[in-house]
Design a protein around this ligand. Sequence first.
Ligand SMILES: Nc1ncnc2c1ncn2[C@@H]1O[C@H](COP(=O)(O)OP(=O)(O)OP(=O)(O)O)[C@@H](O)[C@H]1O
Length: 268
Amino acid sequence: MTNNTSTQPPLIDCSRVGKTWVDAQGAAVVALNNVDLQVARGEFVVLLGPSGCGKSTLLYMIAGLESVSEGSIRCGGAEVSQPGTDRGFVFQEASLYPWLTVAENVAFGLKMQGMSKEQRLKRAQSILQNVGLADAADKRPDQLSGGMRQRVAMARALALNPEALLLDEPFAALDVQTRAKMQDFLIRIWRQTGVSMIFVTHHIDEAVALADRVVVFTARPGGIKEIIPIDLPRPRDPKSPLFHQLSDHLIDLLRDEVDRAFAEQEVG
Ligand SMILES: Nc1ncnc2c1ncn2[C@@H]1O[C@H](COP(=O)(O)OP(=O)(O)OP(=O)(O)O)[C@@H](O)[C@H]1O
């Protein structure tokens, strides 16, 4: 596993990134300001911050789903200007095609790439095997639980062999027990594949459970407040004193930002 001390060039390089949206009234909304962030190959980075601080906006820009207003984002040295197979995306809702089977959903991107039916279904089967869903290959998404649907969404993203997986609060809709299982599952997949992970959450415990580094954002306009390395061995024990110490530190860092975000929402 690599980390931020690596001498290799970063996989993802965000340099002085800013984003200004125009709201429904035509007013400029500065969502992000001057974000510098490098993510190493194979690193697990969590973006943590109060609601509306621009975490998802940054993720969408790294994915190439939104343009940057200022600065630049590079992936593997190339400027990001559109989505690419080097960056897989997992949304909060699994957003699977309901009319396709699980295997067809996983194989969908490969079909777009022109892979033959036989080859793509073979690859889908092998990935489904890896994520423990081989038996669900012929099911439709509405026959699956929420956690299973998210595993299919991850399998679909991984089918294209990305270098980075970008995850926007993928476990937000799951119950606490399923969420913990999914965190273990994600770490297993990360270790198996070696992809870089950039994971958005506003759950502090989730950040400590998963990350090599936690990037803490300020309230809007979002910027990086601090980057906290999580040097806990895996598997991590959420009951351990060191886990609690790190969570408490993150709570302290976030408190002012959450207050500011809340005050702004009340004024707005
Ligand atoms: N398409 C858009 N048009 C206009 N404003 C937007 C758009 N998308 C996001 N914003 C604004 O940009 C800011 C950052 O939003 P974003 O969704 O990135 O925050 P977030 O940190 O991911 O929040 P949350 O945790 O609540 O999802 C917010 O003020 C939001 O209203």
